[in-house]
Design a protein around this ligand. Sequence first.
Ligand SMILES: [Zn+2]
Ligand SMILES: [Zn+2]
Length: 359
Amino acid sequence: MAQAKDLYEILGVSRDATDDEIKKAFRQKARQYHPDNKETGNEETFKGVNQAYEILSDPQKRTIYDQYGMNGFRGAGGTEFDFGFGDLSDIFSQFFGQTRAHRTTTGPERGTDIRYELVIEFLEAINGCTKQAVTQPLEECAICKGTGAKPGSKLKDCRSCNGLGEVRMVSESFFGQVTQIGTCPSCNGSGKIVEQACSECNGKGQKRIKKTIDVKIPCGVDDGARLRWGGKGDAGRKGGPPGDLYVIINVKEHEVFKRDGMDIIIEHKISFAQAALGGHIKVPTTDGEKSLSIPAGVQTGTVLRMPGLGVPKLNNPARRGDELVEITVETPTKLSAEERKIFEKLAEVQQGKKKGFFP
Ligand SMILES: [Zn+2]
Ligand SMILES: [Zn+2]
């Protein structure tokens, strides 16, 4: 057969022939062996010349041929190429975007991860809490033990692939017609199908089961945090490990407390008199009400720090940020008769002070 010969030999060119030399040689050989040529025509040789030209005129195919010879186009006959997958998987994936790994679905498969959104209160995030997550992971079907077969029903060879788990598909590509080997869609690559499907799981071997999981939220968790529970996702297949559960934390806003990294910020209003005199006031903290000392003459906008009353550090709750108290001095808008008297007296005294300076 012509295919057994070296392609360069078939065209009668050297291995470093230029594209032009290959084209010229092809035209000459094609004319010579064309079946219509009554003197030198030879269909078999003509096909070989055509094939040699098809490969050597294409830079990519020529590279494959130079590296692997006709093994790069195993089973060649006419224009139908059957690619060997063994050492050529890289080339295959380069041309078809498919790798060997995608073909082998017969091995253990890891279960899918589950994502669960959880909304918690601000104080729950600071102090930690335990919440319940209701998930529906895929579990092995208890009736068929994951086989998908009705109990008592046997597995039989898949008819689509004759039990091989692989199917050959002939398709058009820039190589001409190629045969691709793919996972059999009927049996998912296992080569077996069930005679009668399990009615509990519709033959899938897995079923979604509602589960309630206690989710312990550590103190100090921040909005958007992603917590992982290993093995709480969907069950694996064919002995593969289960997926994981990811809990995404959404922390609600609080009307008093705001978070800034490790610190908690509050705004606190004090009276005119408190601001002038200073002293101790009660302020809310995430640990309950605490006493805060304010200096006499404190102004609006002053920030007072309460060390160790901020956000606990994740996984090390003994370390905490601070609470920052932003002071606002309130000017009274409504005065009682008594307050009015006092303010008038105060005004008089302050006027007197001024008169003292500017008589
Ligand atoms: Zn089942
Ligand atoms: Zn099959």
